[in-house]
Design a binder for this molecule. Structure first.
Ligand code: URA
Length: 418
């Protein structure tokens, strides 16, 4: 007879689980037959000893089969993208309108923020958009507008909801098989047939080792392809915030500014790359041609118009952001030199805590790694009531390390796994 105690011992000895054993602990935990304590012990052993590919495939299946699978076939081949979680990553709010302007369909299911990383749901809500929509309304919007951003339904991979919540509390997130099965099961259940995964690597990501990040990316692509999904993964940098703003409100504001100005920046550049891969797969055209199409809808304003349409269809309004003057406190450099390192996770955590507790709208980070600054140069703007901004300014400044010798800007994309 399989028991959770036997499974814990088995992983301690670095042995492989059978499909039956994996279904046993996934279903046992959802039904409440396995306690949080025992499941935590098992997760810790999995984090230590790992799982081979076959076990990860079975774990993904067990999670996928724990709940609803959404059928999007009525829309043809739907597109989707997923980020493994980063700071100032609002790519979804740029990619969805781009691909929808190019006649693709995207039903983006979004969870809330995870730890120090922001969630698309929270950012889209800043436009006043409603994300809790019944399926007939979703269908209506996809048919009219092309893209919709909604909350994950309660019964979408319930096993992941329960296991992830436990992993988050018990420091058992950073494990390749656990992350791969968590992300891929949700993507498969969400029904898209063309998916680009954005695997973040660096100080503001779960994957802090590049080799491991590439392994995670390859494994996820492989499992998705096994399920007949056209999949690709981009391994991108998270050693500094992707955009210039952190915090849902300021990130939503930045998205509008980027779509209006088309000003070159890392956030736009990564969004263009991911959109181009999606479009090239959907239309079966070269990446170069897809890239030109993406640039066209950015330059002719169609992508911005599409974001307006999406927000309006979900009951919100982009006007919320026009001409708004926000008060801020400037944080200035207390030394001169090159920006050498940014503790991105800490910066994300500090902003998260400011936004959660004291009505802060977010922060703007005005420098990137490799920039040369002089003593007194403005580095960060904090959009919060003054007394809190002052309290946080010093902690924020400590997230930046300087070097007297020249440091190079960071790459944006380390690998594309197709
Ligand atoms: N994002 C997820 O959805 N799951 C993980 O395990 C990690 C990041």
């Amino acid at each position: 007879m399989i028991t959770i105690e036997k499974l814990i011992k088995k992983k301690q000895k670095n042995k492989k689980f059978s499909k039956k054993e994996i279904y046993f602990f996934v279903n046992g935990y959802i039904s409440g037959n396995i306690t949080d304590e025992k499941m935590t012990e098992l997760l810790k052993e999995i984090c230590k000893s790992g799982m081979v590919e076959k076990e990860t495939i079975n774990l993904t299946d067990a999670m996928l089969n724990s709940g609803d699978k959404i059928d999007l076939s009525q829309f043809g081949c739907c597109l989707d993208k997923h980020s493994s979680g980063g700071v100032s990553d609002s790519t979804t709010l740029i990619i969805a309108p781009i691909v929808a302007s190019l006649n693709a369909k995207m039903v983006k299911m979004s969870g809330g923020s995870l730890g120090f990383t922001g969630g698309t749901k929270d950012k889209f809500q800043c436009f006043g958009a409603c994300l809790e929509l019944p399926f007939d309304k979703i269908t209506d919007i996809v048919n009219k507008v092309g893209a919709v951003i909604v909350c994950q339904t309660d019964n979408l991979v319930p096993a992941d909801k329960k296991i992830y919540a436990l992993r988050d509390k018990t420091d058992t997130v950073a494990s390749i098989p656990l992350i791969a099965s968590s992300i891929v099961s949700k993507k498969l259940a969400s029904g898209a047939k063309i998916i680009v995964l954005d695997v973040k690597y660096g100080k503001g990501a779960f994957m802090q080792d590049l080799v491991e990040a590439k392994k995670l990316a390859s494994l996820m692509v492989k499992i998705l392809k096994k399920h007949k999904v056209l999949a690709c993964a981009v391994v991108s940098d998270m050693n500094q915030p992707l955009g210039n703003n952190i915090g849902s409100y300021m990130e939503a504001k930045e998205v509008v500014e980027i779509l209006k100005s088309n000003k070159d920046c890392r956030l736009l550049s990564l969004s263009k790359t991911i959109s181009s891969i999606l479009i090239s797969k959907k239309e079966n055209i070269s990446l170069d041609l897809a890239y030109r199409k993406v640039e066209e809808v950015l330059f002719n304003g169609k992508a911005l118009e599409k974001l307006k349409e999406m927000v309006l269809a979900q009951g919100g309004n982009l006007k919320l952001f026009t001409d708004e003057k926000l008060n801020y406190l400037s944080v200035n450099s207390d030394e001169g030199g090159y920006v050498d390192e940014i503790d991105t996770q800490k910066l994300g955590e500090l902003t998260h805590s400011l936004c959660l507790n004291v009505g802060c709208k977010g922060i703007s980070v005005l420098c990137k790694v490799g920039d040369k600054l002089s003593l007194g140069d403005e580095m960060v703007r904090i959009y919060a009531p003054k007394k809190y901004s002052i309290e946080y300014a010093d902690k924020i400044l400590k997230c930046f390390k300087f070097s007297k010798s020249k440091t190079n800007p960071l790459p944006l994309i380390y690998d594309i796994i197709d």
